[in-house]
Design a binder for this molecule. Structure first.
Ligand code: SIN
Length: 487
């Protein structure tokens, strides 16, 4: 292998794009499953990027809010690094051509759950993910050091000895190997394993499963964040109804029009996401529906919330005139491939960045709008590191393909989704988790998704107390979802 063999980056969401760009001039092969810029959760992100740049705000306050949301399970030094890097990340994105929204000549700052200050910048209102992805995709498309291959599935990590030496791909039915001393997984989360998710259909955790197949350490698999407000449709991958609407004053109501968050938390509808998601789940289960009332907001809908407006109208709902039916849905995986602050996994040559990685930043529950920020900051950091380092060790020995294996069929995936939703959703208990494991046992030999789901269920069974997004109704520290929580 030549001294500057290409880095392979798997996944073309914001984390993958930032890693690829920052590695210049080192050659990068960027692999994505679908057409450029269409197959990531990043594109669907409506929240923006959190940065302590507003009047009275501070890096320390951003850190404190991140730790409060994460219930203190966060790695504090990484949280500090992220919050401190946020203002420069915004500037860098602007230099890449991202036009963030302005008001009266300065960046417009919004609020989302768990933030004590208005500190979220958006681009194109709720189209932030799409705008940022488009600017970065355009930059990658003209970057001479990046070869971007789409319509490609990675079905195995290649190993020589105890380190990664490349990937095996399936491109249009043909198997091919790409040798590389550094493989970066930027494959996103696992939301699509659940029956209801805000993630794209493909977000089943294939990158995480590949890493597990190769023997990489994983952590915190039980920490899955449920978003409180997905549009309540009868389908699997649900449109998000951004939290920024609650930041602008929208309220969550029960079917009788009673506010469901009043008296529960000092931040009420803007309490951390796990708190609101559990309450939405409970009210929907007991009373049949939860509505988000955004009718009386003093906002320019087409400019501030074009995505929510268009999506609702497409489903016959005008949010300016009627309340929006919402449900909790699997949204973000705090757990994942164990990495250090530079994205290194436990296996030499294997790196992970973005949602598939778990570096301890988010603890037990991610703070809103910290995820795109993480993708930009840690992606650039990892890319810069890989671009600068030489391949020190010669890779020798027989090549072994550590394959993900076959996947479940549609009926099996649907059973798995329903099982996870019922037993490992926003409210969990030991008996339910055990039942989930029993239900999925027959699928273990059938597909990798079942093996991944069972690892999640096992991790959730082992953590017997409630913390953050992992809520055990049978825990010693259990309290009612409707009980007031000190902010
Ligand atoms: C949202 O817009 O509500 C989601 C933002 C996020 O996931 O951080």
């Amino acid at each position: 292998m030549p001294a500057r063999a290409p880095i392979v980056v798997v996944g073309s969401g914001i984390a993958g794009l930032c890693t690829a760009l920052a590695a210049a001039p080192r050659p990068v092969v960027l692999l994505s499953r679908k057409a450029r810029g269409t197959d990531s959760a990043s594109v669907l992100a409506q929240g923006g990027i959190a940065a302590a740049i507003g009047p009275g705000d501070s890096i320390e306050s951003h850190v404190a809010d991140t730790l409060a949301a994460g219930c203190g399970l966060n790695d504090v030094s990484r949280v500090r690094m992220l919050a401190a890097a946020a203002p420069a990340a915004i500037e860098w994105l602007q230099a890449q051509g991202v036009a963030f929204d302005h008001a009266e000549g300065t960046l417009k700052l919004g609020r989302e759950g768990g933030h004590r200050f208005a500190r979220i910048v958006h681009a194109g209102g709720d189209a932030s993910g799409e705008r940022i992805s488009a600017a970065l995709s355009a930059a990658v498309a003209v970057a001479a050091h990046v070869e971007w291959r789409s319509d490609v599935d990675v079905d195995a990590l290649l190993m020589q000895g105890n380190r990664i030496s490349g990937v095996r791909i399936n491109a249009g039915g043909h198997a091919e190997s790409i040798a590389s001393p550094a493989v970066v997984l930027a494959t996103g989360g696992i939301g699509a394993l659940f029956a209801r998710t805000t993630n794209p259909e493909a977000a089943e955790g294939s990158g995480l499963a590949l890493a597990i197949a190769a023997g990489a350490e994983v952590r915190d698999l039980e920490f899955v964040q449920f978003h409180p407000t997905a549009l309540d449709l009868d389908s699997h991958s649900l449109p998000l109804v951004t939290e920024a609407l609650r930041g602008a004053g929208a309220r969550l109501l029960d079917p009788d029009g009673k506010p469901i968050m009043e008296g529960l938390h000092a931040l009420a509808d803007l309490a951390p996401r796990d708190v609101v998601a559990r309450r939405v789940w409970q009210v929907r289960k007991e009373q049949g529906a939860v509505m988000l009332d955004a009718r009386n907001l003093d906002i320019d809908w087409p400019r501030a919330f074009p995505t929510v407006l268009a999506t609702c109208l497409r489903h016959g709902l005008d949010p300016r005139r009627m309340a929006i039916p919402v449900t909790a849905a699997a949204h973000f995986h705090m757990g994942g491939i164990r990495t250090d602050g530079d994205g290194r996994s436990s296996i030499g040559g294997l790196y992970a960045v973005g949602e598939v990685a778990c570096n301890g930043l988010h603890g037990a529950n991610r703070l809103a709008s910290n995820s795109l920020l993480e993708c930009v900051v840690t992606g650039r950091r990892l890319g810069t590191h890989l671009g600068a380092c030489m391949d020190s060790e010669a890779i020798e020995g027989r090549t072994q393909a550590m394959a993900i294996g076959s996947g479940l069929d549609a009926a099996e995936l649907s059973l798995l989704g329903d099982t996870l939703w019922r037993t490992a959703g926003p409210l969990r208990c030991g008996a339910g988790l055990a039942e989930g494991l029993r239900m999925l046992e027959p699928l273990l030999a059938r597909g990798w998704q079942a093996r991944l789901a069972c690892q999640l269920l096992l991790a959730a069974s082992k953590r017997a107390h409630s913390i953050g997004a992992h809520w055990r109704e049978d825990a010693e520290n259990a309290v009612s979802v409707a009980a007031p929580i000190a902010a």
